[in-house]
Design a protein. Sequence first.
Length: 365
Amino acid sequence: MSFVQAPLFSDAYERASRQLPVLGEQRDIAYVGTRAKSVLNGPEVTGMGFWSINPYIGCAFGCTYCYARYAHRYVMERSVTADVLREDVRQAAAAMPPWLAFERRIFVKQNAPEVLARTLRQGSDRHRGLVEGETVLVGTATDPYQPAERRYRVTRGILEVLAQHPGMDIVIITKSPLITRDLDVLRRIARHSELSVHLSLITLDRALARRIEPRAPTPEARLRALVRIRESGIDAGINCMPVLPGITDDPRGLEALVKRAADAGATFVNVSSLRLRKTAQQRYFPFIEREFPHLAAEYRRAYATTWHLSDRYRESLGKFFDKLCRKYGVETRMGRSEEDEGEAERTVEGLPAQLSLWEATRNKD
């Protein structure tokens, strides 16, 4: 007599066991837990001369200009293909345009600190080379101190690991004063490694900031965070990145921003012009057409065949910030690509105070 053993698990149970857990929901945002296989992204991934760590995928701040939406789209597509999303999460995400899912479906790398610790302890020679001074940026494609960090504390766990490895060069990029919660571990890192905190701030105008960065902390909150970080003896400054042509590039407003940053103790102010790849345009162009319709046609023309503005504009912006930062005693660096470096001779010398930099450079063409 023979017996046929019934399956121990139903297909439905097996499918449920593969699903990524929904860790929590807050208003219209769902936080989905995921297990990272690796955390450190090397220069061959970033395309730049640094390593990066991103504790989350997606960002609830919803900045209209954010370039990182493409990475979230790939994760969503892979998750749908692998059938690891809970049905209601999958359906809700499918009903959203990809740019909105980036803001409303946040993936939390729950095991990121453990993976990082294992990598730095047992990694390849390339990974071990990090302790010899290579730069690691935390927060290149998502804000490491977005609201999820209050509950899940993945960023703090990562910093705790980095604090155990002296001799590193670490940069943290954020818009959030929540970073001041971790001043204790930041001070530990700074004792043995190079550490720099970059607070992103593109305007002092609170109402304008709310339109551009709908859920990000106010400019005043970021400046207060800068004061606290500097009072703790940690190197910190402002990333005025990106400057939005025709919107945040009024010379008087930019000077006020640099002055306030200097008054708050900033050691540097970094700047770059707006870069708009296709995935970012899907979010940004409708925003411009709704909020700044008088700029819409010019934006579409300017970015029709390229993802950055003219050499003339970028060089004008860089030279203008160099002058401001010398005036207020802070360092500055222009976020240039390599092809920009030979263009300094094209810089516009004079910038009328009543015009935005965009208007001034166009008028000189």
